[in-house]
Design a protein around this ligand. Structure first.
Ligand SMILES: Nc1ncnc2c1ncn2[C@@H]1O[C@H](COP(=O)(O)OP(=O)(O)OP(=O)(O)O)[C@@H](O)[C@H]1O
Length: 282
């Protein structure tokens, strides 16, 4: 049974919609022909809501994120970010971006990388220093402020990229497999950190992942996509909030396992035995 691609009424601030997609489609055209990457995507992400996108390799997850981030344009349908066009939202610095490749500037220190967006937008030296110190603490890299990216591990570089994406206190974070290259221990720590950061910053998040447990641990709703052309096949709500209030270990909670099973079944069309290409079920 599929769930509507909008959050349950009353759960989030309905007045403020972070992302609204109506019939969004994307066709890539080249000399080799056409590729229909997305078709008829209807999705509403409320302010403060965490939505994970999961689906087989090539189903259009990154494309959808890139459309929201104004890195590409839809070929059909309507897409708004906080009620504006993606371009206007980008200009208003409504969102921060963190992708799998940390994308740090090698000639800048960790602090310099984190401060870059603030510098570009004219924040003074004192303001930049205060914010970067706060973010360095948040991602546990205060001791590495004066190091250069090549002196850090992959996980540390990714933490710098996340700190940079948060520099301007965006209302929306767009994340494409930001923890994909991390070892399992660092990854779990970063997931826990991200949940805390989102709670504190009240930012909405659209998060692309290949990992079902990661999607379930992080998200309020998991959007399951089907192969090309990418469509939303099911939206699985996750209700770990009550377990969190009890202070339980969410990864050991029955609600967690139930949601993992639902997402797995949605991906495999009700047949848990069949694997979906490119999805990590661990
Ligand atoms: N610039 C492009 N030109 C042509 N085709 C493209 C382009 N970008 C993406 N595609 C195609 O669109 C489809 C969706 O790609 P996309 O990267 O969004 O998938 P994905 O779900 O993020 O995949 P993965 O999980 O493997 O990262 C793929 O078939 C891909 O080949």
């Amino acid at each position: 049974m599929s769930t509507p691609a909008s959050p349950p009424a009353g759960q989030f601030d309905q007045a403020a919609v972070a992302v609204r997609a109506r019939g969004v489609g994307k066709v890539f055209r080249s000399s080799a022909g056409e590729v229909s990457a997305l078709d008829g995507i209807d999705l509403t992400v409320s302010a403060g809501e965490f939505v994970a996108l999961i689906g087989p390799s090539g189903c259009g997850k990154s494309t959808l994120l890139r459309l929201i981030a104004d890195l590409d344009a839809p070929t059909s349908g309507e897409l708004t970010v906080f009620g504006k066009s993606p371009r206007a939202a980008r200009e208003a610095q409504d969102y921060g971006i963190a992708f799998q490749q940390a994308g740090l500037l090698p000639w800048r220190t960790v602090r310099g990388n984190i401060e870059l967006p603030l510098e570009l937008h004219g924040v003074g030296k004192g303001g930049r220093a205060a914010r970067s110190a706060e973010l360095l603490d948040l991602v546990g890299l205060a001791e590495f402020a004066d190091h250069f990216p090549h002196q850090l591990s992959g996980g540390m570089q990714q933490r710098v990229a996340i700190a940079r994406s948060l520099a301007e206190q965006p209302s929306l974070l767009l994340m494409d497999e930001p923890f994909g290259a991390l070892d399992e221990m660092t990854r779990e720590r970063m997931q826990t950190e991200l949940v805390r950061i989102c709670r504190e910053s009240q930012a909405a998040v659209v998060f692309v992942t290949h990992s079902i447990p990661e999607a379930v641990f992080l998200a309020d709703r998991v959007v399951v996509m089907s192969p090309r052309p990418g469509r939303i096949s099911e939206v699985v709500p996750v209700e770990l909030a009550r377990a969190a209030e009890r202070g339980d270990d969410l990864r050991e909670d029955a609600t967690f396992f139930a949601a993992v099973t639902r997402v797995r079944e949605a991906l495999h069309g009700g047949s848990p035995a069949v694997g979906a290409r490119g999805v990590d079920v661990r």
